[in-house]
Design a binder for this molecule. Structure first.
Ligand code: SAH
Length: 217
């Protein structure tokens, strides 16, 4: 390594600086993102780019989201320490790991068994004991474990899936990208109020589509 190469500490400072610059200002979210090593969720030579603010490829043709998007989604979810959170789309497990620092318990589902298996190994290695990882079609949620205080989708649906809306507690918040997979999607926030559901548009995003059924690999 040359003397000019940034140290890990410098990389991390730059990472946090970029997050703040892109609007991630919640202190608890920033602390969680400082503490969880994104490198633990990225394989092979891409690990060197773990602290760059860019999405990266993971197994099964999926991607680990851009850190600033993870930060902004987590911030919008406004997770409280006693919350039970459901995440649809485990992917690498990075987002679930961030949530595990903010919530009491996290359930995360992916339709690819090899992704849930790797994510589970990473959680064990990092000692994150409050995450339950499941393989399945997350569109149906987890009726037996719900209802949930917070629900986060990291794959894009055309509309918020009905079963997930049903599993959102009163006062609960769900954040998800909606729209066609090949178009610009909108990140929205759905809040269950006493009188029904409130919808807020947050920002344009691009995620892989929410697919039906369990993957065969
Ligand atoms: N949150 C992840 C990134 C998610 S990428 C991270 O932090 O790395 C989107 C993921 O959604 C993919 O892994 C894909 O397999 C998963 N997915 C797509 N449709 C799904 C469905 N119906 N149920 C569960 N997972 C799904």
């Amino acid at each position: 390594m040359s003397d000019d190469a940034p140290s890990d500490a410098e990389r991390k400072m730059q990472f946090l600086f970029q997050l703040r610059q892109k609007g991630v200002t919640d202190a608890r979210v920033l602390t969680a993102m400082e503490e969880i090593d994104r490198g633990a969720f990225v394989r092979g030579h891409f690990a060197a780019r773990a602290y760059d603010d860019m999405p990266l490829p993971i197994n099964a043709g999926q991607t680990i989201s851009q850190p600033s998007v993870v930060g902004l989604m987590t911030q919008a979810l406004n997770v409280q320490p006693r919350d039970t959170v459901l995440e649809i789309g485990t992917g690498s497990g990075y987002q679930a790991a961030i949530l595990s620092h903010l919530a009491r318990r996290v359930y995360t589902i992916d339709r690819h068994r090899n992704l849930t298996r790797d994510a589970e190994l990473a959680f064990t290695k990092l000692g994150l004991a409050n995450i339950t990882v499941l393989t399945g079609d997350g569109s149906y949620g987890l009726p037996d474990q719900g209802p949930f205080d917070r629900i986060l989708l990291t794959a894009a649906a055309e509309d918020p899936p009905g079963p997930l809306l049903k599993q959102l507690k009163p006062g609960g918040i769900m954040v998800l990208p909606v729209g066609q997979s090949d178009n610009v999607q909108m990140l929205i926030k759905v809040t269950r109020t006493e009188s029904g559901l409130d919808y807020d548009e947050l920002m344009p995003v691009r995620f892989v589509p929410l697919m039906e059924g369990i993957a065969r690999d």
